[in-house]
Design a protein around this ligand. Structure first.
Ligand code: HEM
Length: 325
């Protein structure tokens, strides 16, 4: 081989390997499951679930993806069943959507055994559910592997009263910018929250004996009706008070009017660190980009981790018998 040819080969290998090794990419499963379109299978199951079982699945999956990626990376560790796994942590008590992930996994295993990771299923299914709920399409990167580690004690997720600066720091540890954080909190455009998580804002904010002054009078009235003082029942209310089942820009409009239900949601519209991002928010295009960045947090790729057979359990290791003389 001539020197020039050898140089071309070396350059090709360098560029090729730097692009593919250890990285996620759009279309990772293309051509890996015969004629079957892996993303098409996911889309079909999510669509059926959405129309026949649960129209709120986008909210469930968005939260699941966030809670998975922020604890031990996007490795589906939240899905593992067992004694003291992440699932059991208080912060994950109301996370839902596990049955849909099982249904997708079953459909994929029936087509191509051991190919598609549970971590990728979460990302693809979330995107499809977002689209079904009025959000815009975004290309999901795939190629994640599933982790084997899941402990409730590792779950250290931000709470609803976290300050904007602390939240920025928490997201920065995951290599996400304040802008990413604001758009990701836009995930609160769908879904619900329990009264207990913002009750202090209604009756005794910061021990003042009164409500949070940043909450609009209109919202205060409505939330006090839904969440009466001293009630023994922990009611639920929508996070986006205008269009609670649509993935749309209304959450950002509402928080600018004092209609944020969670304290952190309200604060990002007021804090000098983030208010301009909220004001100029281009939710339709930027939300998907932020979700893709969330999906890159501390991923396992290539030979790391495994592709689980069931999303609820790590694979059984083959039993090697020693040779006894
Ligand atoms: C500082 C960051 C965040 C905090 C403090 C936070 C807090 C919360 C809280 C307290 C709830 C209500 C839980 C309940 O009442 O059971 C909630 C729900 C939810 N969160 Fe977040 N969250 C954060 C970031 C995110 C991100 C990044 C996403 C997704 C991109 C997200 C998506 C959701 C969704 C969709 C729900 C509704 C779930 C449902 O209806 O089942 N959150 N969040």
């Amino acid at each position: 081989m001539s020197k020039a040819k050898a140089l071309v080969v070396v350059l090709f290998l360098a560029v090729f390997s730097s692009q593919c090794y250890g990285e996620l990419r759009v279309g990772f499963y293309k051509g890996k499951c015969g004629q079957t379109d892996v993303e098409g299978v996911v889309r079909r199951v999510v669509k059926t679930w959405f129309f026949t079982k649960d129209k709120t699945i986008a909210a469930a999956l968005l939260r699941m993806q966030f809670h998975d990626c922020f604890v031990n990376g996007c490795d589906a560790s939240i899905l593992l069943d067992g004694g003291n796994n992440e699932k059991k942590a208080i912060a994950n008590k109301s996370v839902r959507g596990y049955e849909l992930i099982d249904a997708i996994k079953d459909a994929l295993e029936a087509e191509c055994q051991g190919l598609v990771s549970c971590a990728d299923i979460i990302s693809m299914a979330t995107r499809d559910a977002v689209l079904l709920s009025g959000g815009k399409w975004y290309n999901v990167e795939t190629g994640r592997r599933d982790g084997n580690v899941s402990f409730a004690s590792n779950v250290n997720l931000p709470g609803p009263s976290i300050s904007v600066s602390d939240s920025i720091n928490t997201f920065a540890i995951k290599k996400l910018t304040p802008t990413d954080m604001v758009y990701l909190l836009g995930g609160h455009t769908v879904g619900i929250t329990h009264c207990s998580l913002f009750q202090d804002r209604l009756y005794n904010f910061n021990n003042t004996g009164g409500p949070d002054p940043t909450m609009s009078k209109w919202l205060l009235f409505g939330l006090r009706m839904k969440c009466p003082r001293g009630s023994s029942f922990d009611n639920i209310v929508p996070l986006d008070v205008m269009t609670p089942s649509l993935v749309d820009n209304s959450f950002f409009q509402q928080i600018q009017r004092g209609n944020g239900v969670l304290q952190i949601d309200q604060q990002i519209a007021l804090d000098p660190l983030t208010k301009d991002i909220v004001k100029g928010a281009d939710f339709d295009t930027k939300f998907g980009e932020a979700m893709v960045k969330l999906g890159r947090v501390e991923v396992l790729t290539d030979a790391q981790g495994e592709v689980r057979k069931s999303c609820r359990a790590v694979n059984k290791k083959p039993l090697f018998l020693g040779i006894i003389n």
